[in-house]
Design a protein around this ligand. Structure first.
Ligand code: SF4
Ligand code: FES
Length: 248
């Protein structure tokens, strides 16, 4: 395939960026989107130009770092896949592909296509954990019965990889889907009940402090989430928050 790439280039957080055009040839349908960018970067390096900086790590859909806005959609046109799992067969010969970083005030651009998503880490640090007695008297986790549906729902919430596509898809740049997945993961389990009140209050407070917008129920986050995280998690977090506010 012969393609035209329009890629966001930005030197650093303090400079203005712009879309630059790069023609590319010899792209196979079986290549992943990141492999296509590898081909471009090899060409740029051979010409003595600066390669395009983009984030990646596992390249198998589990780390959440390969976050790109492709033709206006987080992780591109396929469903339930990350950018590293997106195949070039989703595009046609002659296509123009616009590649940008995820856009949100709470995700400032570091360079080119890489954004700073440490705001997500600070939300996690505000309450995305449980405290366990590890003094030697630790209770075997299997000794605490967990309802099968709750275990499944908790597991599904835990599959959130923190990629930020939900934020990038939302017109308000809301982080409700991410935060609610992290809250739900624990709220559904007996082990998470102990710190439930402070967890939801602290995580929501941190989310607001980071500058993410409000949820207006458009559902774009659920559609673009590569892990199929359900909007039910937002409803659950709202209930948790209400209960915690009454108690707290
Ligand atoms: S909820 Fe989905 S889109 Fe949002 S960070 Fe988690 S995996 Fe990514
Ligand atoms: S590189 Fe890890 S999810 Fe894509």
């Amino acid at each position: 395939m012969k393609l035209t790439l329009k890629i966001w280039r930005q030197k650093n957080a303090n400079t203005k960026g712009e879309l630059k055009t790069y023609p590319i040839d010899g792209i196979e349908g079986d290549m992943s989107f990141l492999e296509m960018l590898d081909v471009l970067n090899e060409e740029l390096i051979n010409k003595g130009d600066e390669p395009v900086v983009f984030d990646h790590d596992c390249r198998e859909g589990i780390c959440g770092s390969c976050s790109l806005q492709i033709n206006g959609e987080p992780h591109g046109p396929d469903r339930l896949v990350t950018t590293c799992q997106l195949h070039m067969r989703m595009f046609n010969d002659g296509d123009t592909i616009v590649i940008e970083p995820f856009r949100a005030k709470a995700f400032p651009v570091i360079k080119d296509l890489v954004v700073d998503r440490t705001s997500f880490e600070r939300i996690q640090q505000a309450g995305g954990y449980i405290s366990v007695n590890t003094s030697g008297n630790t209770i075997d986790a299997n000794a605490i019965p967990v309802n099968k549906q709750d275990a499944d729902d908790s597991f599904n919430a835990a599959t959130c990889i923190g990629c930020g596509a939900c934020v990038a898809a939302c017109k308000n740049a809301s982080a409700m889907l991410f935060t609610s997945a992290k809250v739900s993961q624990f709220a559904l389990l007996p082990q998470g009940k102990v710190e439930a009140t402070e967890r939801v209050l602290n995580m929501v407070a941190q989310m607001d402090k980071e500058g993410f917008g409000n949820c207006t129920n458009t559902g774009a986050c659920e559609i673009e989430c590569p892990k199929g995280i359900s909007l039910e998690n937002i409803a659950r977090m709202n209930r948790e928050y209400l209960n915690a506010s009454i108690k707290g």
